[in-house]
Design a protein around this ligand. Structure first.
Ligand code: KMH
Ligand code: ZN
Length: 287
């Protein structure tokens, strides 16, 4: 459901700038250091993003869940922007569940919370039910707003089970993100998106979607037509168009903002995003 600004419905644009899968050596402009992440966050904010989905990298540009490093990145993003900071609790496919749970101790505004396991290329992205419940309860205890990640129709069903079993998350907003096109999960097609959206439980207050790879634009266009919000970024897409690599996350946000403007649902501000997610106002950034 879009957030309304007077008569104008608005679109939440989330940027996922890094992910855990792409190596810096293969894509040198992938933002991996705290400085690069902050610079990309500032540029994406200017282009219309209101939330950032963050995967942290170590000094060697490898994915890490090291808590001091995660805290450093959260602090840098808070210091330099007023974006809603969402930490990935998915990490990489080889990250142990306790370390993924511990990410919440960095006290982000939001966290991803994947509602089930899925094949993920050659690997398995593990999210057993007890872990899903632990993550939900820890997020609620620490006042972190979860974004429920749904890679498959079964995950939509599991979200319904979770809400029926555990009640509402902290703040009461139920925001989810449909991720389509991971090899092994639901395909990045309009048909799959429509099926998943139709199955969302009634407690859902807002949803976004992202298509991985070549299904990105069809998914984005269908999402806007259905009234959903958008996630974009180099975590999900390294090609801007056939044969043309993405130059920066900001250009993906710019394109999404243009699409949103065209359908008369312009990007929402960070304050509107906080309202949508039932988050308190951000402290003013120091820069
Ligand atoms: N990197 C994937 C295995 C999330 O951030 O919560 C998991 C992922 C989902 O990206
Ligand atoms: Zn992620």
């Amino acid at each position: 459901m879009p957030c309304h600004d007077g008569a104008v419905p608005r679109t939440l644009l989330t940027v996922a700038p890094t992910g855990a899968e792409t190596a810096k050596v293969d894509v040198p402009h992938l933002p991996t250091t705290p400085e690069e992440l902050l610079a990309e966050a500032v540029a994406c904010r200017a282009a219309g993003a209101a939330m950032i989905h963050v995967h942290v990298r170590d000094g060697e540009h490898r994915p890490t869940l090291d808590l001091p490093r995660v805290r450093e990145v959260v602090a840098a993003l808070r210091e330099g922007t007023d974006l809603v900071v969402q930490l990935s609790t998915g990490g990489g496919v080889h990250d142990p569940l306790p370390a993924r749970l511990a990410v919440l101790d960095a006290r982000p505004d939001s966290c991803s919370l994947t509602c089930g396991s899925t094949n993920f290329g050659d690997d398995v992205f593990l999210n057993p039910w007890p872990f899903v419940v632990d993550l939900f309860e820890k997020a609620r205890d620490l006042h972190v707003v979860p974004e429920f990640e749904l890679f498959d129709l079964g995950h939509v069903h599991t979200l319904a089970r979770l809400l029926d079993t555990c009640g509402l998350p902290w703040g009461g907003a139920v925001h989810c993100d449909l991720v389509l096109g991971v090899p092994g999960a639901m395909p990045a097609t309009p048909q799959a998106l429509v099926a998943a959206v139709q199955a969302l439980p009634p407690q859902v207050t807002s949803w976004s979607a992202t298509g991985i790879g070549r299904g990105h634009l069809p998914v984005a266009a269908t999402t806007l037509a259905l009234g959903g919000h958008l996630r974009v970024g180099m975590e999900d897409n390294l090609l801007f168009a056939r044969g043309r690599p993405v130059r920066s996350n900001a250009e993906l946000v710019e394109r999404a903002a243009t699409l949103a403007e065209l359908v008369q649902r312009p990007p929402m501000t960070t304050a509107q995003a906080r309202e949508l997610l039932h988050l308190p106002e951000a402290a003013a950034p120091s820069t």
